[in-house]
Write a protein that binds this ligand. Structure first.
Ligand code: CO8
Length: 260
C-alpha cells in the first residue's frame, strides 16, 4: 500500500510536508523505507520543491526506528534487501539537495533518531516524555559506522561516544542541551516554527547552500558508498548470530511485557 507517508507539496513556497503515518509507531519497515526513498527521489527531481519538513501524524511518536521484526528470523535475501533499503533512505536524505527540517513531535529512538540527524535542522516538541537517541547498545546491537558518523557530525565526538556506549535515550530538554536537537518549542508551535526555519534557509541561493552542504557531508556519504556491499555483509553476519537474534527477541518481549 502506498500510504505510510503523506506528502503535500505547497507549490507557492516550494516546501513539501512529509508526514509519517504508519501506526502504531512509524517503524521503518522495508515497505516504509521504500516509500520514503521513492518520495524523496520524486521531490528531489521536482523543480518546484526546494525544501521538506519531516514530521509524524502519529501522536507522541516521531518514529520507533527500524522495524525489529524485519531483523528477526528472516532469510539472508530478506536481510540484504532490508539493509539496502536502510542505506538507500539514508543516502537520499543525508545527501539531499533540498533543505530538510525535522519537526520531531514525539519519541525518536535509533533509526528514528537517524532520520532526524540526517536533516539540516531539528526542532523538537519540548515535552520531556519524548526522548531521542541512538539506543542500539541497549538492544545488544551496535549502531553502524554511518549512523555514528552522522551523530558525530551533529554533536561532536565526545558526546557521541558517551551517548552511543550507553545507548542513551535523551529526554527533549537534555537532547537540546547536547545539541542533538537545535531547538525546543511547545508542541502547538512546532509546525509554525518549522515553516519559519525553512523560510530562513530558503532565503539563501540554492546553489551556494547546496555546495556548502555537500562540502560538509560528502566524506561521510562517500564512506558508505565505497563500502556499501561490505556494510550489507557485516549486517547479515551480525544479525544472523543466534546471540543477536536472542537479544532482539528479548527486547521485543520486554516491549510487550512493559505494556501489560
Ligand atoms: N520495531 C517493531 N515493532 C515495534 C518497534 C520497532 N522498532 N517499536 C515498537 N514496536 C511495536 C511494539 O512491540 C508494540 O507491538 P504490539 O502492539 O504488538 O505489542 C507496538 O509497536 C506499540 O509499541 P508500544 O506499546 O511500546 O508503544 P509506546 O507508545 O508505549 O512506546 C516507543 C513507543 C517509545 C517507540 C516504544 O515502542 C519503543 O521504545 N520501541 C523500541 C524502539 C527501539 O528501540 N527501536 C530500535 C530499533 S533498532 C534501529 O533502529 C537501528 C538498528 C541498527 C542495526 C544494527 C545492526 C544489527
Amino acid at each position: 500500500s502506498n500510504n505510510k507517508i503523506q506528502v503535500d507539496l505547497d507549490e507557492s513556497s516550494g516546501v513539501a510536508m512529509m508526514k509519517f503515518k504508519s501506526p502504531p509507531v512509524n517503524s521503518l519497515s522495508l515497505e516504509f523505507l521504500t516509500e520514503f526513498s521513492i518520495n524523496l527521489e520524486k521531490l528531489e527531481n521536482n523543480r518546484a520543491c526546494r525544501g521538506v519538513i519531516i514530521t509524524s501524524a502519529v501522536p507522541k511518536i516521531f518514529s520507533s526506528g527500524l522495524d525489529i521484526t524485519e531483523m528477526c528470523g528472516k532469510s539472508m535475501e530478506h536481510y540484504t534487501e532490508f539493509w539496502r533499503a536502510v542505506q538507500e533512505m539514508w543516502l537520499r536524505l543525508y545527501g539531499s539537495n533540498m533543505v530538510t527540517v525535522a519537526a520531531v513531535n514525539g519519541s525518536s529512538p535509533a533509526g528514528g533518531c537517524l532520520v532526524a540527524l540526517s536533516c539540516d535542522y531539528r526542532i523538537m516538541a519540548e515535552n520531556p516524555k519524548f526522548s531521542i537517541g541512538l539506543n542500539e547498545a541497549q538492544l545488544g546491537i551496535v549502531a553502524p559506522f554511518w549512523f555514528k558518523d552522522t551523530f558525530v557530525n551533529v554533536v561532536g565526538h565526545r558526546i557521541a561516544e558517551r551517548s552511543l556506549q550507553l545507548g542513551s535515550l535523551h529526554p527533549a530538554p537534555e537532547a537540546h542541551k547536547l545539541g542533538l536537537v537545535d531547538e525546543l518549542v511547545p508542541e502547538e508551535k512546532l509546525m509554525e516554527k518549522a515553516a519559519a526555519v525553512m523560510a530562513q534557509w530558503l532565503a539563501l541561493p540554492d546553489h551556494a547552500r547546496q555546495l556548502t552542504k555537500t562540502m560538509m557531508r560528502k566524506a561521510v556519504l562517500d564512506r558508505l558508498v565505497a563500502h556499501r556491499e561490505e556494510d550489507i555483509k557485516n549486517f547479515i553476519t551480525f544479525v544472523s548470530k543466534e546471540s543477536i537474534q536472542k537479544s532482539l527477541r528479548m527486547y521485543m518481549e520486554m516491549l510487550k511485557k512493559r505494556k501489560s
